[in-house]
Write a protein that binds this ligand. Structure first.
Ligand code: DSN
Length: 414
């Protein structure tokens, strides 16, 4: 039953926007109708501080079942020993991981945000940068890839307690074995934040960090295509520390409706079709990057191995903000992003980050991605030509209509 017309109007408009536009924000995806339905259940009413079998509240028998399902499925999915599925977000997963494996003030070495890292890997205004002594490695100026020799040199000089592998805007395969060998050499713990690539790891389209990492964190809503949230994987000794770091350390009651949705998403990712999905995500990104390059746009590092690419729009005389706005005006959603060694500030930036996870979920294939890349190139080449914009808007509208996200609708009735 709906009584709040104002809120439902905005919810319905957002659902319609997602159907109408093509989503290229690399950290977004379209969760299944079943995942979304689980979040709209009575589980949202339940307090369940603690863990299955050891709660601080009565009446937890059914949410215990749900959390056990989520934990069992995610450990099976990634071949991990233990899991914590309670983090409300990737940043809270990271907070619990830091608290579990190092002390406040500890030295941590991670990828620089300017070169594709993440806020929770030591930005001075983030808890990580406030409470830990972060240092950063980046990508090389020429090839724009992580230089493992530089990582090793920095690690040898700093002797960090923790070395982090993981990024939010890096299009190349991460060499977890090399990170692990450096961590061992300097006596650091290896933490992998696989937020962006978790779905690719689950679908065997990117090597797994599990054999190498002391602790692995991720979000469940990016390539993994689940509800918005986080999770942590580790062996039993570390996960015990993560459990108490998360609750009571960093969070109170878990969001049991979201954990139910995580359980459903993990089951979906265990199905054989998910491997095919992950492979298509990578193929689609590759096709888009190749076509954009043919059309004269520079892709940072010369291409992509995963779902993400950074397009340098500076050479076209545009800022990332201009490009984001232009693409939004033709129904393509993406985000401005710093490129390595960027001369512009973050709110302007010289690049846009594009990702293929969401468009692949709705069914676009390689040929569609070539069409989409042509649309992007057309608009960026003629930013003031309204006839080009009108033609592209029409083409994007047709593509979006051909691949509905929720052909059966959603349980919300929208
Ligand atoms: N900032 C998000 C992203 O878009 O990659 C991750 O937290």
């Amino acid at each position: 039953m709906r009584t709040d017309d104002q809120t439902w109007a905005a919810i319905d408009a957002e659902t319609e926007r997602q159907e109408r536009q093509l989503e290229l924000i690399a950290s977004e995806n379209h969760a299944s109708a079943e995942v979304i339905a689980a979040m709209g259940t009575a589980l949202t009413n339940k307090y369940a501080e603690g863990y299955p079998g050891r709660r601080y509240y009565g009446g937890c028998e059914h949410v215990d079942t749900v959390e056990d399902l989520a934990r069992d499925r995610v450990t099976e999915l990634f071949g991990a020993e233990r899991a914590n599925v309670q983090p409300h977000s990737g940043t809270q997963a990271n907070m619990a991981a830091f608290m579990a494996i190092c002390d406040p003030g500890a030295t941590v070495l991670a990828m620089s945000l300017d070169h594709g890292g993440h806020l929770s890997h030591g930005h001075p205004k983030n808890f990580s940068g406030v409470f830990y002594d972060f240092h950063h490695y980046g990508v090389t100026e020429g090839e724009e890839v992580i230089d493992m020799d530089e990582v090793r040199d920095k690690a040898l000089a700093l002797r960090p307690a923790v070395l982090i592998a993981g990024a939010s805007a890096y299009s190349r395969t991460l060499d977890f074995e090399a990170f692990s060998s450096i961590a061992k050499e300097v006596g650091a713990k290896l933490m992998v934040d696989m937020a962006h690539i978790a779905g690719l790891v689950a679908g065997k389209a990117h090597p797994s960090p599990i054999p190498y990492a002391d602790v692995t964190t991720f979000t469940t809503h990016k390539t993994l295509r689940g509800p918005r949230g986080g999770a942590v994987l580790a062996e039993i000794d570390v996960i015990k520390k993560v459990n108490s770091a998360l609750f009571p350390g960093g969070q109170g009651g878990p969001l049991m409706h979201v954990i139910a949705a995580k359980a459903i998403a993990f089951r979906e990712a265990l199905a054989p079709e998910f491997e095919a999905y992950a492979a298509r995500v990578v193929q689609n990104a590759g096709a888009m990057a190749a076509r954009l390059q043919e059309r004269g746009l520079r892709i940072v590092s010369g291409g992509t191995d995963n779902h993400v690419m950074l397009v340098d729009v500076d050479a076209k005389g545009l800022s990332g903000r201009d490009a984001e706005d232009l693409l939004h005006s033709v129904e393509i959603t993406c985000n401005k992003n710093l490129i390595p060694y960027d001369k512009r500030p973050p709110m302007e930036a010289s690049g846009v980050r594009l990702g293929s996870a969401a468009i692949t979920t709705r069914g676009l294939g390689v040929d569609d991605c070539v069409t989409l890349a042509d649309c992007i190139a057309d608009v960026l080449e003629a930013p003031t030509d309204e006839s080009v914009a009108a033609r592209v808007r029409g083409a994007i509208g047709e593509l979006a209509k051909s691949y509905p996200i929720y052909p059966e609708g959603l349980a919300t009735g929208a």
